[in-house]
Design a binder for this molecule. Sequence first.
Ligand code: DGJ
Length: 753
Amino acid sequence: MNRTTARTAHLRAAGVSFVVELTGPLPRILHWGEDLGELTDEDTEALILTADGAVLNSALDIPRQFTVWPTEADGWSGTPAQQGHRDGAATTPRVRLTGVRQEPGELVLRLTDDVGDLGVVLTYRLDPSGVLGVSTEISRPDTGPGQDPAPYDLAGVTTLIPLPHRAGEILDFTGKWCRELSPQRGGLRFGSHVREVRRGRPGADSPYLLTVGVPGFGFRTGEVWGFHVAWSGNQRYLAEQLPEGAGVHGAVLGGGELLAPGEVRLAPGDSYTSPVCHFVWSDAGLDGLADRFHTLLRARPSHPASPRPLTLNTWEAVYFDHRIERLLRLADLAAETGVERLVLDDGWFTGRRDDTAGLGDWTVDAKVWPDGLTPLADRVHGHGMQFGLWVEPEMANPDSRLAREHPEWLLAPSPGLGPSWRNQYVVNLAHQDAWTYLLTSLDEIVTRYSVDYLKWDHNRELHEAVSRGAGGHDRPGVHTQVSAVYRLIDALKARHPGLEIESCASGGARVDLGILARTDRVWASDCNDPLERQAIQRWTGQLLPPELVGTHVGGPHSHTSGRVTDESFRYATALFGHAGIEDDLTARTPQELAGLRRWAALYKEVRPLLHGGRVVRADLADETTLLHGVVAGDASTALYCWVRLATSTAAQSGRVRLPGLDARGRYRVRIRTDAGLPALHQTSGPAWFTAALDGWVTLPGAVLVGAGLPMPTLEPAQALLIEVSALDGTPAQGLDGSRPAPATRPGAGNPDA
Ligand code: DGJ
């Protein structure tokens, strides 16, 4: 839905409006956020009339504007949209509007920078989910003789959108190996809140989704504005507030790719395309933002459509011990347990007996696998399971044939290699021979063993990532490297259309919508400890729906935290994603295997709901408890997980409201015991819980959503699964009419909040 008048363009979708005034010399953003409805000419005039602030003391002599391409030329003293120079000159761009095109849901602005000798195409696309994607192409036209041949050094392209003054609190993320996506919150202050990622991948401390909201926003309430860069290399996130504001607005939000000096040099005829910058708004808190992203991703033609197969990954089961008998036994037990995909992790290729050697040599180790991978692949396929394989194509150990025969393929500066990381270096994918070698090797392995799935790992950061040139003329290489890995995955998938790929980077160090445009899920963390995982999965889900996030049941004793946890807690935690097992089944007792079988059956039963419904997270006063779940789009079924992370002084939970259901509906509730029960820190009750342990208990939506249920007090590191199912007549009439239905207005208006 959009409308263009001579003076404005108005994109509308799913309760979001984005209005741009198409004025000269540069358009300005009048509004981004709540739907303003159909704007009449009179409304538009009023919006324009009210778009100017006062002229301040000791300031510009005209009201400040915040344009679509903010620079000093329009009096903007904050981070500019464009930075660069041509041979030390042309540092002050003068950009003007030269063309406008509007398609349904899309606004394309053509700009010209007469100083920099550049053309800009700025594309705003408001997806039906309400997510606004912005991409920028900057090109240097080739105008022939008389043109300054010096390249334009593009130092940065920053996409910025203004925020209102009421947006005053920031949430973003940090983290480390095995503790990805740790949230950090604070007030938005004057100045720049800048997160720059120089790791050559988003990193375990990825800012992920920079969110600014009305102070006190929660999962279910509050107006919030979020930003994500769909890019797997260096990047920049920014929230900036100047005392004078941004035009009539309060602050700005945005970012883009972080370019190294000299990384992008535009000679006549060259161009640069930015990654897509995603902007998302909701008046329904963080769940509202997540809902919009989930809707965006689920609508992609490439989104996984088949039921997400229960997976067994061999890493924590066998590590580098690839004795075939052991692996065959594991495959047999996996099949008996209900596993649908077995992934052979690191250790299968030539020379790879530990992590010091072999990386880069993508042929099967003949010493360990004298008959190739055929015996295992055949056994796995024979059981009707899919066969997956671990690879790490972008890396090499110095102790590998690749590094020995082609030292020039490594991404390193002329003075030599810097320190290794996990005994490895990065392969320069911009080197055509290296790229072709990797495509050919992967293609061969996938073809020979009918590989259904690749776990694509990336276990070091890119430091001194330059392509070596003659005479030490080394050129920055992160942008080229990321583009090349995208091309590599695209080319491999083109040859193997059914092949699925997981993005792993020592766990969750490469989780972004750029890599996810060509992969099918992410490995959120190497930590399978359910206590850590509750937090990691909760926040990974801020962007990704559960079916895109690998969640595996580990053994009782976590390999990465040392913590010992109960089976039922591990099961309940791993259920809420693309579930799998990361454990040595040969070491499990028959009782434990029976428990796993019941859990596997439960996963298969509930995955249509979990992988298609809306993710909900309750706002609770006690931070040692969590309530999260998935509710069907029509609010007819739901599965909730009530979690206690640690003890707390609050002995009772009080009434806890179950978000996402229809307050006017009629429901029944029961406790799922298939995967075991949590240990309780109490004597008995509450009464509904005792009854729901035995079977369905009828409870109206008004109680579930409005009043809430008193929850049993669990011991620390325990979780309870609560299933809710509608009785006849629910969803109540009018759910899709008198109030916004999720399919038409994701991310907005949680009536139950
Ligand atoms: C790091 C990954 O995150 C692990 O899951 C595992 O695949 C190892 N690499 C293998 O080397």
